[in-house]
Design a protein. Structure first.
Length: 36
């Protein structure tokens, strides 16, 4: 039971990290377009 909960928490954390990286990539891509 505890394993399932910790795995779910790990997946949620991984999801947050991925979405954060995607947001940063989108912002940097937009910045590159503005610069050029």
């Amino acid at each position: 039971m505890v394993m399932l909960i910790s795995r779910r928490v790990g997946i949620v954390r991984l999801d947050a990290v991925i979405s954060e990286n995607l947001a940063q990539a989108a912002v940097s891509a937009r910045g590159d377009q503005l610069i050029t």
